[in-house]
Design a protein around this ligand. Structure first.
Ligand code: FEO
Length: 585
């Protein structure tokens, strides 16, 4: 009789409450094993959903939790306070990881006043399916909670609009009594630990950066606007984020990073506008994947919500863009959306390349009809239409990301050629004397619908440690596979053999369409290494795990520990690569 495999362990969920400021308690939902945030956003260290209770004369709760915590979160809240004693629920935005228990809370306390941006209140009315008291707020509005009997702080929440960080309805709340800024998604990171604060910045810095690149970078201009609004506030003592540890001990570092990264992504006046329709199909997530792909090139990107952007701003954002990406809108749009779509079509200029993607909202305009309409108006295709015909899986998101990168590279082609030519001729020849081996990096993550894979030719590879064995690989920032080489990810370095590498080299040097399977027609072994496919024709392979990433100019320098490896021919030699000039590979 064969042994019966034990059922998989349930994901670990736990709760933590901690005093973080006078009369202020954080209620953190710790989701230790969450491995994906949306299907396209891989997590290595789980995540947390943070809510906050502030007790003045009146009591406010900021955000709730993900619905998966329903059984434990509500009792934990009840152990802190009778829910009927909560006067206000501040909803920072309405994404379900923070607003998943709003309806449950209203059930316990129907008199609760829900405070949020106008857009958030509007969205919430469709989410909770019951009437509730509400107060719509905008930048500069405040909510006076007063000082509790025996308390030490006079709590007054001032609201700061932060649209697109990362939902259109986002607001921050700043407590003048404690200096705590409640920033929800902004400044967050997906990192689960018992540490309430940022006591070990080195441990969390890679996740802080990865989170910024995935969620905030595509809205860099909005980040800068929000930072400017924060400058007008009194000093912030703590950033109480919606995900991960709260930021207190290294505020200058984190704020400085957001400022520098966002300035870098907003430089110049050329940008690509990626439009989406909030709360429609998979539009926002698909648009983020496209924006993330564009962001990997040097081209700034601007996400544009067709539902929430006023006509004048919409005209400017679309008309000034170097290229525009549009979703398939609903075939029967409501009046506002119909007007917004008309504004977009009127603002487009014939010189702008336009890319199209399906929203998969169940009621989309046919993508081919829109494509024809745009061709008739004289627009070049920025990338082949992204036909999303099922609920988007990892492959669809990868396709979107790679289409975005192709678009960025297309628009920056002249700049890249000019940069190559600008290198001093002598320096160029001297750099060209650096030689390397020839390798194919392969990576595969996830199973089934969540599987993503990639491959690239590499020659900037070097052993970097004996014990434990380690190596470095330089990967251009706009490489598709770069997304699969974050800290903690695994990959395989396939060493090409001298005299037997031309065919593999030709295959992997091809330009692949967005989302294409890089391994079609190539013999691979898939169960040898943990990091990805091993090429059957390779001379050797090394199974690696990323430990660190260093940002070096236009490449990431990836340091990885080698966990395993083997060689097919002990006498074989590595294919080498000699160059004449240093301005390209
Ligand atoms: Fe963390 Fe936008 O939800």
């Amino acid at each position: 009789m064969s042994p019966v495999a034990p059922p998989p362990a349930p994901p670990r969920l736990s709760l933590q409450s901690a005093a973080i400021a006078p009369e202020t308690t954080a209620l953190r939902s710790l989701d230790w094993d969450r491995s994906r945030f949306d299907i396209e956003f891989g997590l290595r260290n789980g995540t947390t959903y943070n809510a906050f209770l502030i007790r003045g004369q009146r009591t406010a709760l900021i955000d709730t939790s993900h619905a998966k915590f329903r059984e434990s979160w509500l009792p934990q809240l009840q152990s802190l306070i009778d829910p009927r004693a909560i006067d206000h629920l501040v909803v920072s935005h309405t994404e379900p990881d923070h607003s998943g228990l709003v309806a449950d809370l209203l059930e316990l306390n129907p008199d609760l006043e829900v405070v949020g941006s106008k857009v958030a209140i509007n969205y919430l009315e469709h989410q909770v399916h019951r009437p509730f008291r509400s107060r719509a707020v905008k930048s500069g509005d405040s909510l006076d909670l007063g000082c509790a009997d025996g308390g030490t702080s006079d709590h007054r929440l001032e609201f700061v609009s932060a649209p697109n960080l990362h939902w259109p309805d986002t607001i921050f709340s700043y407590d003048h009594g404690t200096g705590v800024l409640y920033s929800c998604d902004a400044f967050g990171l997906h990192y689960c630990s018992d540490e309430v604060f940022d006591s070990d910045p080195g441990a969390i810095a890679p996740d802080f950066r990865f989170y910024y690149d995935c969620l905030m970078g595509p809205n860099a201009r909005s980040v800068l606007q929000a930072l400017k609004r924060l400058e007008a506030l009194p000093p912030v003592t703590t950033i109480a984020t919606g995900h991960g540890p709260l930021l207190r001990h290294h505020l200058g570092l984190w704020l400085g990073d957001y400022d520098a990264w966002s300035r870098d992504r907003s430089k110049g006046d050329r940008y690509a506008a990626v439009a989406y329709v909030s709360q429609y199909g998979f539009c926002d997530r698909l648009s983020q994947a496209i924006a993330r792909g564009i962001g990997k090139t040097d081209l700034p990107v601007q996400l544009v919500d067709l539902r929430g952007t006023d006509p004048q701003e919409l005209t400017a954002l679309i008309g000034d863009a170097a290229a525009v990406v549009l979703p398939t809108p609903p075939a029967r749009p409501d009046g506002d959306l119909r007007a917004a779509w008309g504004t977009v079509l009127a603002a487009l200029r014939p010189s702008q390349p336009v890319g199209l993607y399906d929203a998969y909202g169940g009621n989309d305009e046919p993508i081919d009809a829109i494509g024809q309409q745009l061709r008739d108006l004289g627009h070049a295709e920025a990338f082949p239409p992204l036909r999303i015909r099922t609920v988007p899986d990892a492959t669809a998101f990868q396709q979107c990301e790679e289409a975005g990168t192709d678009l960025g590279q297309l628009l920056l082609r002249d700049k890249a050629i000019a940069a190559m030519k600008a290198l001093d001729a002598d320096l160029d020849k001297a750099l060209g004397r650096l030689s390397g081996g020839l390798y194919i990096v392969t990576a595969r993550q996830g199973e089934g619908e969540a599987a993503r894979s990639g491959a690239m030719v590499a020659s900037w590879v070097s052993q970097a440690s004996f014990d434990p064995p380690g190596l470095t690989v330089a990967v251009a920032r706009d490489r598709a596979i770069e997304s699969l080489m974050q800290v903690g990810d695994r990959f395989v370095l396939n060493v090409l053999a001298e005299g037997n590498h031309q065919q593999l080299l030709r295959h992997f040097l091809r330009r692949f369409p967005p989302g294409a399977d890089r391994f079609a027609g190539v013999a691979t072994l898939t169960d040898v290494a943990r990091g990805g496919p091993v090429l059957t024709e390779a001379l050797a392979y090394l199974d690696c795990r990323v430990l660190q990433r260093l940002e070096g100019g236009d490449h990431w320098l990836i340091y990885a520990e080698v966990e395993n490896g083997n060689v097919a021919d002990a006498e074989g030699r590595t294919a080498t690569h000699h160059r004449k000039v240093g301005n390209h590979y």
